[in-house]
Design a protein around this ligand. Structure first.
Ligand code: SAH
Length: 457
């Protein structure tokens, strides 16, 4: 097989980036723009010793699971890798992904996996569910436009009404773009490191109806933006601010935040708990499904009011505070100091007095969390919610040493989840429940909640 060869292939799986996977004479092909069940004519784009990349040029026999995407740029845009697949099949794919990772990477017996793996919790109406959008901007013949990058590139696909975002975002984008185009404020040019406006970030508190707009700029001059709040009047923004990001790199937000209108944060509620969200705070992007996720975490933690609950990778304290009413004491650890500040404010906002938060690496700070632990391990429950790279080996060792009664693992990457579960379950823990939750509908990503308990119990 050589580059530029054209072949026919039937697709039977989906890769981690949403590409189709098919085999020709047993040789795997990763095929862009193809879905399981499709037969396509594809051109080979790159050949490696054990597999090749290809791109579909014609779908000769479309998959019965294809749907017409609602969004006109669904294929080009990097956000929704799976929008052309029916939602039901998207959920099946995510369920299968979790199962396979547990078996292949985690080394779990398929029988055990099938016993503990529950059906994925999906959404009834998987549209306009996101509370956060970061639109990169670019210059198109001198006019500033906004949208999203095409998959794994920095090529801007113009998008003025993303169907994952609230409809009002279209109005906000239009008003901001009109403003910058009238004032001739240029888009940032990442090749030259020139220009001003880099990203437009919009966040919503779905329950409070508050909206935060943050413009990320290479440099900020007050006079450039005079009149911006007036230009946006009537849309109902709660907060307008700037984030200055002068570096010529891919990091979206800068360190400095300059508030120019309203309060410098918004609030939202998940269930009964209120959270303050600053422009830079991590906050789950699908609030309806976050409630599902946190309710499951609470159920899994099985608290009786007597326990010490350790919430590792706690962000702004969301999970710990959600569970605090049924624990004796909550201790949260988070590496970003501003997030810990928000977590403390959030505890106060909710009059929660049994929650403490500390800044640090989860592995390093874990032992500190155990101080004045009462009784044996029966009173200890640990929740971890790490970023995609999963937990550090050091942290897993510390957890094993502390021997909590139950461990609840909230994960956004089934591969690192499976790797970490293997370590915990090779030692003293057994899998009790594994529940995938669809937080990122139409994308390839899947969130999972896992309950483990000590095997001797
Ligand atoms: N549980 C929170 C946040 C989860 S996101 C929620 O549901 O909202 C993961 C968090 O882990 C981020 O806030 C990130 O800043 C933090 N983090 C990343 N590496 C870390 C480390 N080594 N130690 C502690 N926290 C870390």
């Amino acid at each position: 097989m050589n580059k530029n060869d054209v072949i026919n292939v039937t697709i039977d799986d989906i890769g981690i980036h949403g590409e189709g996977i098919g085999k020709v004479d047993g040789f795997p092909l990763f095929v862009k723009n193809a879905l399981p069940g499709d037969t396509v004519r594809a051109v080979i784009t790159k050949v490696r010793p054990k597999f090749a990349y290809a791109k579909a040029i014609e779908i000769t026999d479309p998959s019965p699971d294809r749907v017409i995407p609602k969004c006109p740029v669904a294929r080009q845009c990097g956000g929704c890798q799976l929008q052309e697949l029916s939602y039901e099949k998207q959920l099946e794919f995510k369920q299968r992904t979790v199962r396979e990772k547990l078996i292949r990477i985690g080394g779990f017996d398929p029988e055990i996996v099938d016993r503990v793996l529950e059906p994925i919790r999906g959404m009834d109406a998987p549209w306009r569910f996101r509370n956060k959008a970061q639109y990169p901007v670019a210059s198109d013949h001198g006019r500033v436009t906004a949208g999203f990058y095409a998959g794994r590139t920095h090529h801007l696909i113009e998008q003025d009404d993303c169907l994952l975002e609230p409809a009002v975002n279209a109005k906000i984008l239009e008003a901001v773009l009109n403003f910058v185009n009238e004032r001739k404020i240029p888009a940032y040019d990442e090749e030259k490191g020139t220009g001003i406006l880099r990203h437009i970030m919009i966040r919503h508190g779905f329950t409070t109806k508050e909206i935060l707009l943050c413009l990320i700029v290479r440099k900020y001059r007050e006079r450039d933006w005079r009149g911006l709040a007036d230009a946006l009047e009537g849309i109902g923004l709660t907060s307008i601010g700037f984030s200055v990001q002068p570096e010529n790199n891919n990091v979206i937000m800068g360190h400095e935040i300059i508030p120019v209108y309203g309060k410098p944060y918004i609030e939202d509620r998940i269930g009964e708990v209120r959270y303050r969200i600053s422009p830079k705070s991590f906050y789950q992007v699908n609030p309806a499904q976050t409630k599902v996720l946190y309710d499951l975490a609470k159920e899994c933690a099985g608290l009786t009011g007597q326990e010490m609950l350790i919430d590792l990778y706690c962000g702004i304290g969301t999970i710990g505070l959600y569970l605090a009413d049924s624990a004796r004491l909550v201790r949260g650890v988070e590496v970003i100091p501003e997030a810990v500040g928000d977590a403390r404010v959030n505890a106060e906002l909710n009059h929660i007095e049994n929650a403490e938060f500390m800044v640090g690496d989860a592995g390093d700070a874990f032992r500190e969390c155990l101080k004045d632990r009462q009784g044996a391990s029966d009173d200890l429950v640990v929740v971890v919610d790490p970023p995609r790279k999963g937990c550090s080996g050091g942290l897993l060792d510390e957890i094993l040493k502390a021997s909590p009664n139950r461990i609840v693992y909230v994960s956004c990457d089934p591969a690192t989840l499976a790797r970490d579960l293997k370590i915990l379950c090779d030692q003293d823990y057994s899998l009790e429940r594994v529940i995938p939750v669809d937080q990122f509908c139409h994308s390839v990503h899947v969130e999972t909640v896992v309950l483990m308990s000590r095997a001797d119990r």
